[in-house]
Design a protein around this ligand. Sequence first.
Ligand SMILES: Cc1ncc(COP(=O)(O)O)c(C=O)c1O
Length: 388
Amino acid sequence: MQHQNPIFIPGPTNTPDVIKAAMNVSNFDHRAPDFADDYIPLLNDLKKVFKTETGQVLLFSATGTGGWEGAISNTLCAGDKVLIARYGMFIQRSIYLSQPFGLDVEVVECEWGTGAPVEEFAHRLRADKKGHIKAVLVTHNETATAVKSDVHGVRKAIDNASHSALLMVDAVSSLASMDFQMDAWGVDIAITGAQKGFMLNTGLAIVGVSPKAMAGTATATLPRCFFDFNDMANANKIGSYPYTPPVQLFNGLRASVSLLLNEGMSNVYARHHRIAEGVRAAVKAWGLELCAHSPELYSDTVTAIMVPEGKDANLITQHAYKAYGVSFGGGLGEMAGKLFRIGHLGAMTDVMVLSGIATAEMVMVDLGYNINLGSGVAAAQSVYRRGV
Ligand SMILES: Cc1ncc(COP(=O)(O)O)c(C=O)c1O
């Protein structure tokens, strides 16, 4: 069933009309002489969203997961060690994704609700005197627990250990919504998909690659074909594409990047922060707890709300959808049934999210939660009101 309501899942996100209209075009010739006139400026503008001047952005017909596969296969060799902390469902997926490539995954087990363990990484990197660790993989915004990690801190840990490991970052649910600085944070590969902060239909893996990561492709022996970074980068140099590009998505991405840059990236981040603060105020008014353990971990794109012992959070998402036609995110992995998530990234406003908060209240009251209707809405309103 398709409802007219906004969706409050942490991706795919709501698509603005201007992006829908941009994608609503017939096929056109990607080998036409003027294809590069739009494509090259698009790639250059994407660098402004990734905040990279030295790196380049590559677009593959895929999703974020394909971007991960490309990151690994282009830079590593079978048997290479990668350092990954397991603190949520999505970083866990990069563990699972590394294993079939024959990588030696060193896993740091962490409590879900915490973020990348910078101190522990620093310790392990310092101990790795022979440089066996070839890459550290981090999820910037762990969508399953609504936890933000200190990516810059991980880079400092690598540098302070005088270590040469690559820093690969899953920025799927943060990039284009939360502050992300590829160059300043020393990120070698940053991965996202079209359907989150870029507000597009699903179908693009959008990958930022640093010069160091690109240079690493020369010695990386893992097999790759479709996701070969050099094939893509070489074609891009002349404004071309190695196979048939999803031109409608490129048109949508053009509209999306223009929307973001016109709003200004710092304003985009501020809007997401304000919206998230309102949602967190609502959660507090309901007397419920966040999954994220402490304020510096709070995500500005999604809020994960623990339900009291004995309650099943899956009933919230089911009832919200069936009774009110509103989608929230459920708990994933070890958080299944224990939390529900309000996604608030992309084309989201204070006023839109108030309807999500109001719906969550109705759902919880319907399900017998001890919550006063309007309490969360009022708390969020006090964050959103501008006055006269
Ligand atoms: C943090 C994170 N990483 C990876 C993924 C997987 O991305 P995709 O579904 O685009 O392959 C998601 C999807 O929700 C995500 O939130």
